[in-house]
Design a protein around this ligand. Structure first.
Ligand code: PLP
Length: 367
């Protein structure tokens, strides 16, 4: 038995993929599996997504793209964070599509010596996120450069939304307007741009009118509801559990963990869970975390340490003992979203947290 485990439910991944595929309608589904599949294990979840409707995959880095290809994924893979000084040509050789995220990136590709394989690119336009992507004043120059380079094939344009998790925010419509303008301008300049995409998870679920040719959800594939207050029927795939290592008594007035910042207000028992900030439990989680053991919640108390944290069992009425499983979040415990809310963060960050000594285990058949 591992002391610290993330249990990944492949049937939940399959369910969420099918749900998003159905919502995509006639648009293709690009499954975003960056950051090791949002910390679910990219090469374990991607085949399940492919079998349940993913038409393409999106990743951040070249290494992620190459690892996904090496893992046996045959669908198109788009990589959107890369540096010209990196070996991007190796990715092209592995049939990876590159995002053109700045004029400099475009020039590097245009100036590259042609090889037997054309470089397939998707042009990222900045529609107001002000992160990466081409500003409108650069469109004409870059669209023309790419159009004239025979060794480059432009598949389409894409952009990323800044406020889609709030369906009432008018910014999404403003971004969509700029995005439509970029498609029109690309076509006026002679680029075909057949496959254009804008929607992340929240927009895939709430803005069918903005699906264009493909949708690009990430977090929803892993079962996280991307719009606060709504329930789209997604199933969380990740549960983080630790095996209790020690149960011991504490007397009223005694403290626990560094600084003795918490003291027992009655005689009782403490249990130690082997998960600390080196494993991804934020030190600021102190007083915000409740773990579930055999169906009962217990508060985390005192400072979170590097390798462990402590919970208070009261008089231990349910006989918690060493070896029992403590659910930090997920099935049977606080949801990742509840924990995120209590920590003042987002469920995206919570599912990316488990690390360090955590071992992944997979359940389900991916069906
Ligand atoms: C360019 C791009 N597209 C799509 C996504 C997926 O977003 P989400 O997880 O909100 O669906 C991300 C994630 O940040 C992204 O960076």
């Amino acid at each position: 038995m591992n002391l610290l485990t993330t249990r990944i439910d492949l049937d939940a991944i399959a369910h969420n993929t099918r749900l998003l595929k159905a919502r995509a309608g006639t648009a293709k589904l690009m499954a975003v599996v960056k950051a090791d599949g949002y910390n679910h294990g990219m090469n374990q979840v991607a085949p399940v997504m492919a079998a349940n409707g993913a038409d393409a995959f999106g990743v951040a880095t070249l290494d992620e793209a190459l690892a996904l290809r090496a893992g046996g994924i045959t669908q198109p893979i788009l990589c959107w964070i890369w540096g010209p000084e990196q070996d991007w040509a190796a990715a092209v050789a592995a049939d990876i599509d590159l995002a053109v995220i700045s004029p400099h990136h475009a020039r590097v590709l245009v100036d590259a010596p042609p090889t037997s394989r054309r470089i397939r690119v998707s042009i990222k336009v900045d529609t107001n996120l002000h992160r990466s992507g081409l500003d409108e004043e650069d469109w004409d120059e870059v669209f023309s450069l790419l159009r004239d380079a025979e060794h480059i094939e432009v598949t389409g344009v894409f952009s990323h939304l800044s406020c889609a998790d709030d369906p009432d925010d008018g910014e999404t419509d403003r971004q969509a307007e700029v995005f439509r303008r970029s498609i029109t301008r690309a076509r006026e300049l002679g680029l075909e741009v057949k496959e254009n995409h804008l929607c992340n998870s929240p927009a895939t679920l709430t803005r069918q009118d903005l699906h264009f040719d493909l949708v690009r959800p990430g977090v929803a594939l892993y079962g996280m509801e991307p719009v606060s207050g709504l329930d789209h029927g997604l199933r969380p795939a990740m549960t983080w559990v630790g095996a209790v290592t020690v149960v011991k008594p504490i007397a009223q007035g005694e403290g626990t963990s560094y600084g003795l910042t918490w003291r027992a207000d009655s005689d009782g028992f403490l249990a130690v869970v082997p998960a600390g900030y080196a494993d991804g439990v934020p030190r600021m989680a102190q007083d915000h975390l409740r773990v579930n053991i055999n169906g009962h919640y217990y508060p985390q108390v005192g400072r979170v340490c590097m390798d462990q944290f402590v919970i208070f069992l009261g008089s231990n009425p349910h006989d918690v003992s060493a070896g029992d499983e403590a659910v930090i979040f997920g099935s049977g415990g606080m949801s990742a979203t509840e924990l995120a809310d209590s920590l003042g963060t987002i469920n995206y960050e919570v599912i990316c947290r488990p690390t360090g000594r955590t071992v992944r285990e997979y359940t389900g058949e991916g069906q």
